[in-house]
Design a binder for this molecule. Structure first.
Ligand code: GLC
Length: 619
């Protein structure tokens, strides 16, 4: 059918004043959308009718988009690189831990502004499953705020207040699975065939066993295997994560249409960025690990085309914790844009490796493997998040120098669990093989040695290590996101061990409640939280003044730095020197420079103390 037929279905729903702009956006994105969806679902006899209905539902969501958000769309469409600025800074927190509830988060907006935050990622706050719910990652309704955290009206009020403060709200959009008490799951359990078809359900073990031959495991110890027998279904449901998180079947076009609409309804509430959870797993294919499949990318590109039509001010962020070489695809290309932002988990993990090994070889390899990105796209850089630091994304880089990558990464993992005389106080996350590299958990302060520090000197070193990793995230050329508590050097939270439902999942170690006492000390540099907070805030301020540190400004590694150091040039006028080792390192500067933190002119040969960092601008 001609393109016009589908575009007309969308346009027909709109009022006269909205139609011209919608027609323009459709002209740009509808052919792309149709091609992608035809690639995924075009074989079906009802494809045209389905696509027509989808377009009509998009029209209704377009019509429902509030005028204020439409104005934001227009502003951002005129400036598509707005989020690449060196003034962008993210902050990530659990609602309940940061503010108690959504209103409590709103009360912390002045604190976020003071820190320079312009992007707030609140971890899952939609109605989760009753009982254990993987920190909210098992969603039972995409249309309701978790009643424990507030109401939909509170969410609307929060997005409005954040917008006024110049902060974009980012929400998880958990699109790979829903909770086993989501309406679709309940209907499927009650025998509704349409609802059952939203999931991958198998009558016996035949297919699950075939798939399992090549699948990995995300939670091998607490949730082994990828399929769970569900009595009410009299069958096996695909459950990549916990058994109560049922994977959606994107081979069914109804799933795509429903999820796209759910995302846009949230966008119409003022959510400006969606963290697309577990994107790597969206498409299953026998004989593979069912990760990073081409169809997963087509789905994400189709979602992007839909956002570009209905809510072009909205950003999509890919959470794909996959090897470096698989990452760029999540940002797409100029011809086929996908997400706007992708987590650079390899960079994050390699920063920690550099600390453990006191050598920047693997980190440099990651940076060398990090390609230039299409316009209006960026990496997300970070030091920590709510999940484990997964070492296995670094397998390729870990063997680049001829090392046995598994043994090398396992050593790093052991280092952060405190073995081998290490200063780190972390916990090993799960792995199938005790000799393989498991993930590591712990707050940044604990992993960098603050928790075990017994002397002033050890505390000072821990602080430097923390600043070093933050300095990397802030100066790399990305959208940096701080993790709640790290700015105050908060340490591990062991309370999870007393909660039976969490005790087996050590990711809770790094999910503490915001420490009000530390916060009160944030200006007092004689305290650890104050020293961390002030030093970090200073880096943030310096960064915001230097266009050379924008996400899309050039970046180059200087090869002449010693192995314990990283020298990262940002154009010809900015240079970051980072010593990841416990030994002093020397570096000779060409020309006259000014160190931005100490605010001092400098030149010639510099000696960097253990774990020291210099941010230099050319005089
Ligand atoms: C993502 C989340 C993680 C969660 C998983 C399943 O990886 O970051 O916390 O357990 O998805 O939703």
């Amino acid at each position: 059918m001609p393109s016009k037929v589908f575009s007309d279905r969308l346009l027909a729903v709109l009022s006269d004043d909205l139609r011209p702009q919608a027609a323009q956006r459709l002209a740009a994105a509808e052919p792309v959308l149709r091609r992608l969806l035809a690639g995924l679902y075009g074989e079906r006899a009802d494809f045209d009718a389905w696509l027509g209905d989808l377009m009509e539902s998009l029209g209704a969501l377009y019509a429902a988009r509030p005028a204020e958000l439409r104005a934001l769309d227009a502003k951002r469409a005129a400036q598509p690189e707005w989020f690449l600025s060196q003034r962008m800074l993210g902050y990530c927190a659990y609602v309940q831990n940061f503010g108690g509830d959504l209103n409590g988060v709103a009360a912390r907006i002045p604190y976020l502004r003071e820190l320079g935050v312009s992007y707030l990622h609140l971890l899952p706050f939609l109605r989760p499953r009753e009982g254990e719910n993987d920190g909210g990652f098992a969603v039972s309704s995409f249309d309701e705020v978790d009643p424990a955290l507030g109401s939909n009206a509170d969410l609307d009020a929060l997005t409005a207040q954040l917008r006024t403060a110049g902060i974009s709200l980012c929400s998880d959009f958990i699109l790979n699975h829903v909770a086993d008490d989501h309406a679709w799951a309940l209907a499927a359990k009650a025998g509704d065939a349409g609802a059952r078809a939203m999931f991958h359900v198998f009558p016996d073990r035949a297919m699950p066993d075939r798939y399992e031959r090549t699948l990995g495991q995300v939670f091998p110890q607490v949730a082994p295997g990828n399929f769970s027998f569900v009595e009410a279904l009299d069958g096996w449901a695909w459950t990549t994560f916990y058994p109560y998180q049922w994977d959606l079947n994107y081979a069914n076009p109804a799933v795509f249409a429903e999820m796209a609409a759910a995302l846009l309804r949230l966008a119409n509430r003022g959510i400006e960025v969606f963290r697309l959870d577990s994107t790597a797993f969206l498409w299953k294919r026998e004989g593979t690990n069912s990760m990073n499949q081409p169809e997963a990318h087509q789905l994400l590109q189709a979602l992007r085309a839909i956002v570009d039509i209905v809510a072009p001010g909205v950003l999509l962020k890919a959470e794909a914790i996959v090897p470096t070489r698989e990452l760029p695809a999540y940002l797409g290309s100029a011809a086929a844009p996908e997400c706007h932002i992708a987590y650079h988990s390899s960079l994050m993990a390699a920063g920690w490796v550099a600390l453990a090994e006191q050598d920047t070889g693997m980190l440099r390899e990651v940076i060398r493997n990090t390609p230039a990105l299409p316009a209006a796209a960026t990496w997300l850089s970070y030091v920590r998040c709510h999940d484990d630091i997964g070492w296995n994304v670094l397998r390729a880089e870990a063997s680049a120098d001829g090392s046995d990558s598994a043994a090398r990464l396992a050593r790093v993992a052991r280092f952060f669990s405190g073995a081998e005389g290490s200063y780190a106080t972390g916990a090993a996350f799960q792995s199938t093989d005790p000799n393989a590299a498991h993930g590591s958990n712990g707050m940044a302060a604990s992993l960098t040695g603050l928790q075990s520090a017994a002397t002033e000197e050890e505390r000072a070193l821990a602080l430097r290590r923390m600043l070093l990793l933050h300095g990397l995230a802030l100066s790399f050329g990305a959208l940096p996101v701080l993790y709640m508590g790290d700015e105050l050097a908060m340490e591990n939270d062991y309370s999870y061990l007393h909660r039976p439902q969490h005790a087996m999942d050590s990711r809770w170690l790094q999910r503490p409640v915001f420490d009000q006492q530390r916060w009160k000390h944030r200006y007092d540099v004689s305290t650890v939280p104050g020293a961390m907070h002030q030093a970090l805030a200073k880096l943030v301020r310096i960064r915001s003044r230097h266009a050379a540190l924008a996400a899309n400004a050039p970046r180059a590694l200087l090869a002449d730095a010693p192995e314990g150091m990283l020298a990262l040039a940002r154009g010809a006028r900015f240079l970051t020197l980072m010593n990841f080792s416990g030994q002093p390192q020397r570096f000779t500067l060409q020309g006259e420079w000014r160190e931005c933190v100490a605010e001092q002119a400098t030149s010639g040969t510099l000696v960097l103390e253990p774990y020291a960092m210099y941010w230099l601008e050319r005089e």
